[in-house]
Design a protein around this ligand. Sequence first.
Ligand SMILES: [Zn+2]
Length: 282
Amino acid sequence: MKCIVSVDVEDWFHILDMPSSPQIAEWDVLPSRVEKSLMRLLDIFSEKKVHVTCFFLGWVAEKFPRLVLEASSRGHEIASHGYSHRLIYEMTQDEFSRDAKKSKDVLEGMIGRAVIGYRSPGFSATAAAPWFFEKVIEAGYLYDSSVFPARRGHGGLQPSNCAPHWVARNCGRLLEFPITVTRVLGKPMCFFGGGYLRVSPYCVIKRMASKVLKEGRPVIFYIHPREIDPGHPRLPMNLGRRFKSYVNLRSTHGKVSRILDELEVTTFEQFIAENGHLIQAL
Ligand SMILES: [Zn+2]
């Protein structure tokens, strides 16, 4: 069993669900850092000779098409993080469908091949949007990685299965890859992305990853370019959010390097090619 490494390609100001979060009309004039920090990540991946899945925000892809082409030409999988980085449950079904299709179209137009994977902003697939899977399937995606199977600020959905599994609807089916959690003192906990990865010591991440792999599940890691860019501007926010958003930015680069050195990693697309037949149908 391998680990799947993913990058949610967005900028430092794409932090969700705060009064200070800039609106899309303001994004164009903010000083962007995503080019530099994604290139730095891509260089780490090249140095370690690994391929990962890049979930591009459609807005970022349109502004920096060179980044999409660079990631694709280096052999990374290009997937979609939606277009405008809005929480699912704050959109109508139609708004969500348009957003999910627009980002897919933008990316496919750039790379000239199918984009099969989707990840929602903030893992915001919750019980408040029961139509979510149907709309992702209708948009033409073959897999999704939007479910966070534990409590979380703007997400959290308890799936029937924490391992990759098929989700069937009348319009078709897709493979769901819930974000990896493992039980600690009876509670599902994540150690493998965002603030959870930044706050956890490397030895704990490694031990928990080994435990998950032994259970026959892939470990899904997720990182953001801003997390290896400690000098990026900060948005005003309360103490709790500030801790979650900015803790340990200086050590993330080193942790990611060690993960790539010590664990076998792949993309979602490659994982499905190698294991799709083993994932039990509902
Ligand atoms: Zn995001």
